[in-house]
Design a protein around this ligand. Structure first.
Ligand SMILES: CC(C)(COP(=O)(O)OP(=O)(O)OC[C@H]1O[C@@H](n2cnc3c(N)ncnc32)[C@H](O)[C@@H]1OP(=O)(O)O)[C@@H](O)C(=O)NCCC(=O)NCCS
Length: 163
C-alpha cells in the first residue's frame, strides 16, 4: 500500500498545480514539452491562472515527507474563456496530475473521489473534464462514472452527474 495522504489545496499550491498541468500536457510516453511551451497555450494557463479563486477547489496528495505528489482540482469557466472540457457555465472542470513515480498506485483515483465528493457537497449537479484520445486516464474516468458527451480535436469531453 502506497504511503500518502490527501489534504485540501491551498493558495500556496499554485506552483505545484502548474507542474501538474505540465504533467497532464505530457501524458504521452516520451513527451517532453517544457513548462514555457505548455503555458504558451491559453487553455493551459487558464487551468491555474490566479489560483486560488473563491470557487477553486482542490486536493493535494503528499508523500511520507509531506512533499506533494499529485493534485486534482476544479474551477469554473465562462463560455468565452478557453477550456477544453467546457459544457456550460456553472459546471466545474476537473484537472488532475500525479507525478510519474507515483502513478498507478491509486493516488489519482483517491484524488478524484475527494474532488467529486467536494463538488457534490458544494451543490454542483455535474462536473466535466477533457481527455485526449489514447490516454489511459479515460479508463479511470469511465470507472469513476464519467461519460463522453462530446468529441473535438482529438479530445473527449466527459461529464459525471453528481446527483
Ligand atoms: C492519469 C493520472 C492522473 C491517474 O492517476 P494514477 O494515480 O496514475 O491512477 P490510479 O493509480 O488511481 O489508477 C486509476 C486507474 O487508471 C488506470 N491506470 C492507471 N495506470 C495505468 C497504466 N499505467 N496503464 C493503464 N491504465 C492505468 C486504471 O484504469 C486504474 O484503475 P485500476 O487500478 O483499478 O486498474 C496519472 O497517471 C497522471 O498524472 N498521468 C499523466 C498525466 C495525465 O494523463 N493527466 C490526465 C490528463 S486528462
Amino acid at each position: 500500500m502506497a504511503d500518502y495522504t490527501i489534504r485540501p489545496a491551498i493558495p500556496s499550491d499554485g506552483a505545484f498545480l502548474a507542474d501538474m498541468v505540465v504533467e497532464a500536457a505530457n501524458w504521452r510516453a516520451g513527451a517532453t514539452r517544457p513548462k514555457p511551451t505548455v503555458f504558451a497555450d491559453p487553455v493551459s494557463r487558464g487551468y491555474i491562472a490566479g489560483w486560488q479563486r473563491p470557487a477553486d477547489t482542490g486536493f493535494v496528495a503528499l508523500d511520507g515527507d509531506a512533499e506533494p505528489i499529485g493534485a486534482a482540482w476544479y474551477r469554473l469557466f465562462a463560455a468565452d474563456t478557453p477550456a477544453h472540457g467546457f459544457v456550460a457555465a456553472g459546471v466545474p472542470e476537473l484537472i488532475i496530475g500525479v507525478q510519474p513515480l507515483w502513478r498507478a498506485q491509486g493516488v489519482g483515483r483517491t484524488l478524484m473521489r475527494s474532488l467529486t465528493d467536494a463538488a457534490r457537497a458544494a451543490g454542483y449537479a455535474r462536473i466535466t473534464l477533457s481527455v485526449e484520445h489514447g490516454n489511459f486516464a479515460h479508463a479511470l474516468y469511465r470507472s469513476e462514472g464519467f461519460a463522453v458527451v462530446g468529441t473535438r480535436g482529438g479530445r473527449d469531453t466527459m461529464v459525471r452527474v453528481l446527483g
